[in-house]
Design a protein around this ligand. Structure first.
Ligand code: FPP
Length: 245
């Protein structure tokens, strides 16, 4: 689902065809920091800053959904101070977002198993969920303690519980999608991975079935508005056939 831009920026500044939903694996923060002789946490801080800029750019050009991978179910294996640094950046972002979401008409969701997070973070997520009930503009989904396989297992378990209770019917793809964190949202049109790796790493396994994939060596803290526009221009040149001809 591509949106043609009708917004407030000058036409010449904008890509012609804007994806309705962009998903991003923000990889390369650690290497960005290492190149500069900085601790990995500085790379994540720079990454969080670039996330703000890219989200703003997405909003300005008319992207409807932005889904980013901030913390995977596997990321707990990292040193505790790095885990804390990432979760602290999330805390800061959620606090700032709660102040501005209504003014900017932005919705915010966290995808993932939030039961492993602190009460404080869960409280902040509850606050932004609450605000999102009153806004209907661009939706930002932040994947935290998220894994694609865990999401599919969770969906299957929810369906099984309904089946056991006698309330479920035969499952179609559309029905199943309603058990995912992304229920009710369109699938990503464009999935970007920065940092040079060319794999999905357990991100949006169901939802990315027909997404256009864009891989770049640019490290996430360097992936600025121009780099985003470049990815969108590349996407705009592709023919999407969804298995047809
Ligand atoms: C991958 O780079 C990045 C992460 C595991 C964390 C991403 C987190 C942020 C961008 C900041 C917090 C986000 C928000 C939404 C406030 P890496 O550390 O694996 O980099 P490397 O491959 O170079 O080591």
């Amino acid at each position: 689902m591509a949106f043609f831009f009708r917004g407030r920026l000058a036409r010449k500044e904008l890509p012609d065809v804007v994806p309705g939903h962009i998903a991003i694996i923000m990889d390369g923060n650690g290497r960005w920091a290492k190149k500069r002789g900085l601790p990995r946490s500085a790379g994540h801080a720079a990454g969080a800053e670039m996330f703000r800029r890219v989200a703003t750019r997405c909003k300005d050009i008319g992207v409807r959904y932005l889904t980013v991978y901030a913390f995977s179910t596997e990321n707990w294996k990292r040193p505790p101070d790095e885990v804390s640094a990432i979760l602290e950046l999330l805390d800061k972002y959620l606090r700032e977002a709660a102040e501005k979401m209504e003014r900017d008409n932005v919705r915010l969701r966290v995808f993932g198993d939030t039961s492993a997070l602190t009460d404080r973070l869960r409280g902040l997520i509850g606050d932004t969920d609450e605000i999102s009930r009153r806004t209907d503009g661009m939706q930002v989904n932040i994947c935290v303690n998220y894994g694609g396989r865990a999401e599919l297992l969770r969906a299957a378990s929810m369906y099984a519980a309904e089946l056991a209770g006698g309330s479920a019917r035969t499952l179609s793809e559309e029905d199943f999608a309603n058990y995912l964190f992304s229920a009710g949202m369109p699938d990503p049109d464009l999935l970007i991975r920065t940092g040079g790796e060319t794999r999905l790493s357990n991100f949006l396994l169901w939802q990315s079935a027909y997404s256009e994939l864009y891989f770049t060596d640019v490290l996430w803290p360097d992936f600025d508005e121009r780099a985003l526009d470049h990815a969108i221009a590349d996407y705009a040149g592709r023919a999407r056939r969804y298995g047809g001809i």
